[in-house]
Design a protein around this ligand. Structure first.
Ligand SMILES: Cc1cc2nc3c(=O)[nH]c(=O)nc-3n(C[C@H](O)[C@H](O)[C@H](O)COP(=O)(O)OP(=O)(O)OC[C@H]3O[C@@H](n4cnc5c(N)ncnc54)[C@H](O)[C@@H]3O)c2cc1C
Length: 401
């Protein structure tokens, strides 16, 4: 058996959730472990983070305050690679692109790897023990706490810990320990990620493309990095990939071709993200889930960096002030995510069915379509959005052909 280490809190995963938890937590003897190399790569992400001015007024105030805090703590000049001002919304049906025009959309494109590295350097200097290139292969309950097995270049190691935080994305190695359930495939998405050149649009304009044939249950995106290259990718609902057998890589290749994009990286990177709501259980007997592992991604747009950080902030506060993490995270974040998921579920038939999208484009003025998609991209909880979505669905449902 490898060496044994005793700690107070073991955080599995140093992404936005785990790194932010380690930054905010006030406990002593904290260890942060990540299987990635210390320079935090490769990153599988669009790397877009909306600015506070864009979100405020669209999402609940308490959550907004926490998001703003995470932005203040993580966004520095050096991590911003591009400033986005607008979002161009496109619909693509039967291979034909319908340009719905742009909406104001102030956002950052960040160097996510650098952003996380800076947070980790900060926590490292404050006494958190950081172990990169170390994979946690399993954890069990042990003597009132937990025992986890780690594998790194130096071999096998065991860590005994009083508290355990699963910030390792979906599905988490900590899932079973908190009694969480695997997600319904409709509540997951497989998202592809690559860098590419060839996009000739404005560099301060992000582009989203709704096309049920290219990105069933999701959308495709082009996020310019300001240097002529873009972060590009698409999201395919888990249901389409696993139940219908659609291969996201094939769709990604079609996307490159359709938009004349040339990859600058050889690999197409992919990851599963949750696009539902908070898991059934996010805590149990000293183990916690946060970030993607807990289901904190905003289901209408797939954004999860800020909400992952917010869950880290909430857990740090709960541990510091003796609050119930489950109650806090459900109150501040869970209720909002459930509301957004209800909206996503209303839009699902359109995102999955090209025929429905065709009928929608025939019946609805472009301004209305643009408004609805923009509100969804903002994860707005505007009640008008739900009314509008129902109206659209009943209209396209009753105008077949
Ligand atoms: C293609 C794609 C594009 C996206 N684009 C955006 C975007 O533009 N904007 C946005 O806000 N969100 C975006 N998201 C979502 C966002 O990336 C995630 O929601 C966010 O990173 C979640 O943070 P996290 O810390 O919970 O998990 P992660 O970022 O997944 O971090 C988990 C960490 O745990 C580590 N890990 C996993 N298992 C182990 C293990 N067994 N042992 C040790 N370490 C482990 C991993 O190496 C990783 O560093 C995108 C997601 C994808 C897949």
């Amino acid at each position: 058996m490898g060496p044994l280490v005793n700690v107070g809190l073991l955080i599995v995963g140093g992404g936005p959730a785990g790194s932010f938890l380690s930054r905010e937590v006030t406990l002593s003897e904290v260890t942060l472990v990540d299987k990635k190399r210390v320079n935090y790569g490769p990153v599988i992400c669009g790397e877009m983070m909306p600015k506070a001015e864009l979100l405020r007024g669209h999402i609940p105030d308490e959550l907004m305050d926490l998001i703003e805090y995470t932005l203040h703590r993580s966004i520095r000049k050096e991590v911003v690679v591009n400033d986005i001002r607008r979002m161009r919304i496109m619909i693509r049906v039967n291979g034909e692109v319908i340009d719905l025009g742009t909406v104001s959309f102030p956002a950052y494109i960040v160097d996510k790897g650098l952003m996380i590295r800076r947070i980790i350097e900060e926590v490292d200097s404050r006494g958190v023990k950081v172990k990169f290139s170390s994979t946690v292969t399993g954890c069990i309950r042990h003597g009132g706490g937990f025992k986890c097995r780690l594998i790194s270049k130096s071999g096998e190691e065991f860590v005994e810990t009083r508290l355990l935080a699963g910030a390792d994305g979906y599905p988490s190695i900590v899932n079973d320990l908190v009694g969480n359930q695997p997600l319904d495939p409709m509540d997951t998405a497989i998202a592809t990620s690559q860098r590419a050149t060839g996009w000739v649009g404005d560099q301060d304009e992000a582009v989203v493309i709704m096309d049920p044939a290219l990105a069933p249950g999701g959308y495709a995106w082009i996020f310019p990095r300001g240097d002529g290259s873009s972060n590009i990718g698409l999201g395919v609902r888990g249901y389409d990939a696993w139940v219908r057998g659609i291969n996201p890589v094939n769709l990604h290749l079609k996307f490159l071709k359709a938009f004349n994009l040339t990859p600058t990286q050889r690999s197409i990177l992919m990851k599963t993200i949750p696009v539902g709501e908070l898991g059934i259980s996010v805590e149990g007997g000293g183990a916690f889930l946060l970030g993607d592992a807990a289901g904190t991604v905003v289901s209408t747009n797939g954004a999860g960096i800020n909400t992952a950080m917010v869950s880290g902030l909430i857990l740090a506060k709960a541990l510091r002030d003796g609050l119930n993490y489950t109650a806090e995270v459900r109150r501040v974040l869970g209720a909002f995510l459930s509301e957004v998921k209800r909206l996503r579920a209303l839009a699902d038939p359109i995102l999955e069915d090209e025929g429905m999208l065709v009928r929608l484009t025939r019946l609805m003025p472009r301004e209305t379509l643009r408004w609805v998609i923009n509100e969804a991209m903002l994860a707005s909880v505007n009640p008008m959005l739900r009314v509008m979505a129902r109206l659209l669905l009943s209209l396209i449902g009753s105008h077949r052909g």
